[in-house]
Design a binder for this molecule. Sequence first.
Ligand SMILES: Nc1nc2c(ncn2[C@@H]2O[C@H](COP(=O)(O)OP(=O)(O)OP(=O)(O)O)[C@@H](O)[C@H]2O)c(=O)[nH]1
Ligand SMILES: [Mg+2]
Length: 326
Amino acid sequence: MPDSDVATLAEQVIAGDRRALARAITLIESSRADDREPARQLLEHLVPRSGDSIRVGISGVPGVGKSTFIESLGNHLIDAGHKVAVLAVDPSSAISGGSILGDKTRMETLSRRTEAFIRPSPAGETLGGVARRTRETMFAVEAAGFDVVLVETVGVGQSETTVSRMTDMFLLLLLPAGGDELQGIKRGIVELADLILVNKADGQLELAAQQSVTDYRKALMFMAHRADGWQVPVEAMSALSGEQTPEVWKTVTEYREQRDKQGLIAQKRADQAINWMWSEIQNGLVERLKATPEVAARVTELEQAVRDNRISPTTAADKLMEIFIK
Ligand SMILES: Nc1nc2c(ncn2[C@@H]2O[C@H](COP(=O)(O)OP(=O)(O)OP(=O)(O)O)[C@@H](O)[C@H]2O)c(=O)[nH]1
Ligand SMILES: [Mg+2]
């Protein structure tokens, strides 16, 4: 793609042209080697126009109600005059080749509104690859004028950390659960989640949900306090009825405003950007190392030696890095 075309595409995205935005994201997500450079150039145009948004991560186990909540929240926000982008980070999309997260059929009303933009998880070889493309897509949707970005991810391990590293606030959805299951709320979660929502607080589950809220609040009190002094709220919610959605959003904006005043959002984003730069360097170096013919020629042999316990992984790694540097 010639430079002038990239510039035109960027202009169209910034002007709010949806089809241009879709094309831009396709370019960003492309794994073709010759798309990488134009994608990079495109981002250079878009990044200065990005950032004017609230970025919210939403996580929870499959079936907890993430999509139902996003449908409710998204509609509420659009009614209030926002433009809402929904992105997804699904590590399993690497295996399945596609993702159900961010699937439009699960957000039926929202997906039909022109003020919403829904993009399923990109496919990628690694979580890092998926995350990189989602971050870059975030720049594109922000440049296109979307001022709320919701990033959905499944609540299984690494992907939560990944999403918390690209958002301003992280929401964790939990299911109503009794005593023993409370251990599901692990220590790390407290550092990660800025707001905990016990979903499905309706019908037969309402009482159990209220009880869970009480239990989780107690459990949180006994855990180490967060370094930043934020007391993580725990609330019951029914994403299905959407009754608490305005209240939930109020908590999000309060959190945002409070931290914005203290300069903490800008600081967090700056830290995230620096971390990202270093993880790009890490990934890039490994890619280049593997692509070096002199290294490639020795990899199989050294891997076998490590498998057979003939040399230590550390020594093998040192050897390969030495070959690379030379
Ligand atoms: N009763 C009740 N059911 C709900 C609520 N929220 C979601 N559900 C139902 O729970 C099921 C799963 O909801 P989803 O929104 O698809 O859940 P999800 O977390 O997006 O699931 P995955 O995308 O598979 O990870 C659906 O049948 C919803 O209708 C709620 O607040 N109350
Ligand atoms: Mg979903």
